[in-house]
Each structure stands twice: as structure tokens, then as C-alpha cells.
Design a protein around this ligand. Structure first.
Ligand SMILES: NC(=O)c1ccc[n+]([C@@H]2O[C@H](COP(=O)([O-])OP(=O)(O)OC[C@H]3O[C@@H](n4cnc5c(N)ncnc54)[C@H](O)[C@@H]3O)[C@@H](O)[C@H]2O)c1
Length: 198
């Protein structure tokens, strides 16, 4: 059984996922949507996708099975809930949302609808995290009573350009905004190695 998916936001990051979804044998069709239609058209051409849609709303009204959200960091919470309410399974890039209230609403909507929401914490697949996960599973760490994580990103390796790409002249106003609400990769490394006990 396969499913179809619409990728919302094909900026710096989303296009690469559209490509990966397109290569996956479990995915039948991949569509691109972006507020800037030329980005959706470019992604369609570059990754040989199955089509574009004019808006998020048009995607939700279509018969795609799932929606993957790669819009700017602070926009995910409401879009995820809207997509779940439209009957779509949802994947979103990190962060899940930027307030506890938004996160609670996603959990509540998943319970109401029975649909799947998945947050794409990529550090789960970081080789260091995979290694630590295997060591922990093999019992080599002993009893863990404390862990902490850091995530350091060299901003000179394309990050300023990434913010400028969608932020325009005013990009500094939204770069890393709001910074302390994006601790995901620091926490993801730890939780990816040492699963929380229920
Ligand atoms: N390792 C990781 O997990 C990782 C790495 C990079 C980026 N990200 C995440 O991916 C997301 C996207 O980052 P990016 O660098 O590609 O940003 P970007 O600004 O390059 O792209 C965002 C795109 O979303 C589009 N968009 C915004 N709202 C929309 C809407 N309602 N409908 C349709 N299109 C809409 C914009 O026009 C833009 O093209 C961010 O949430 C970021 O946190 C995660």
C-alpha cells in the first residue's frame, strides 16, 4: 500500500524532503506547494514531482493522504492542526510548535482524529546519536541518571543565506526567531540516545 503526500514550503529545506519522499517506494505521488509559486514549480522540475498546488487550502481540499510542513519555524503549530482537521496525516519539520498551548492542541487533535502526526527530529539519525543509542541498548552506559546535550551550528556554513532566502531585507527580525524556542537538536540528541522512560 502506498500513500500520496503534499510538501508545504519548498524553500531551502523542504525540496530535499520532497526528493526523498519521491524516491521512497511507499509513496505514490508527491506534490509541492509554496506561497511563492515559482519555488513550487522549480521543486517540481528539479525533483520530478507529480505536480504543484496553488495553496495550502487547495492541498487540504485535494485527495492527498498526507501533508509535510516545511514552512518557517514559528508557523507549524496552526498549520499542523488545520491539516489534521482536514483529514490528513501530518509530518512537520522541527519545531513542533512554539508554545505549549499549540503543542497541546496538536496532541488533542491527533486524539480526536486518530490520524498520525510525526515531528521530523533529524538529530535522531545523526551518526553520534545512532552510536550512543546502540551503546545504550547494549547496556554499555550502565544506569543513566543525568544527561545533557548541546547543538552548535556554524552560521557561516550557509545559515545566514538560508534566513535571507525567505526573510528578505528584514531577515534579521526572523533569523532563529524565537531562539530559545528552538532547542530541538540539543534535546533530540539526548532523547535519541536515551529514550524517556514512560
Ligand atoms: N535539521 C533540521 O531538522 C532542519 C534543518 C533546516 C530547516 N529545518 C526546518 O525546516 C523548515 C523550513 O526551513 P527552510 O530553511 O527551508 O525555510 P525557507 O524560508 O527556506 O522555506 C520556507 C518556505 O515556506 C513557504 N511558506 C511559508 N508559509 C507557507 C504557507 N502557508 N503555504 C505555502 N508555503 C508557505 C515560504 O514561501 C518558503 O518558501 C523550518 O521549520 C526549519 O526549522 C529543519
Amino acid at each position: 500500500m502506498t500513500f500520496s503526500i503534499g510538501v508545504v514550503g519548498v524553500g531551502q529545506f523542504g525540496g530535499h524532503f520532497a526528493h526523498l519522499f519521491k524516491l521512497h517506494p511507499g509513496v505514490s505521488k508527491v506534490y509541492a506547494v509554496d506561497e511563492l509559486p515559482e519555488r513550487a514549480a522549480a521543486a517540481r522540475g528539479q525533483w520530478a514531482l507529480d505536480g504543484t498546488m496553488a495553496s495550502f487550502e487547495e492541498l487540504l481540499a485535494s485527495d492527498v493522504d498526507a501533508v509535510a510542513i516545511f514552512t518557517q519555524r514559528w508557523t507549524h503549530g496552526p498549520l499542523v492542526v488545520q491539516a489534521l482537521r482536514a483529514g490528513k496525516h501530518v509530518y512537520s519539520a522541527v519545531p513542533m510548535a512554539v508554545s505549549e498551548d499549540e503543542i497541546a492542541r496538536i496532541i488533542e487533535t491527533v486524539r480526536d482524529t486518530g490520524l498520525v502526526y510525526a515531528m521530523g527530529e533529524t538529530s535522531f539519525y545523526n551518526p553520534a546519536t545512532v552510536y550512543a543509542r546502540e551503546q545504550h541498548a547494549a547496556g554499555r552506559f550502565g544506569r543513566i541518571f543525568y544527561a545533557e546535550g548541546d547543538y552548535v551550528h556554524d552560521m557561516d556554513l550557509g545559515f545566514y543565506e538560508a534566513y535571507q532566502y525567505s526573510g528578505g531585507e528584514n531577515w534579521k527580525a526572523t533569523a532563529s526567531y524565537p531562539p530559545m524556542l528552538y532547542p530541538t537538536h540539543a534535546i533530540g540528541g539526548v532523547l535519541g540516545a536515551v529514550p524517556p522512560t514512560p
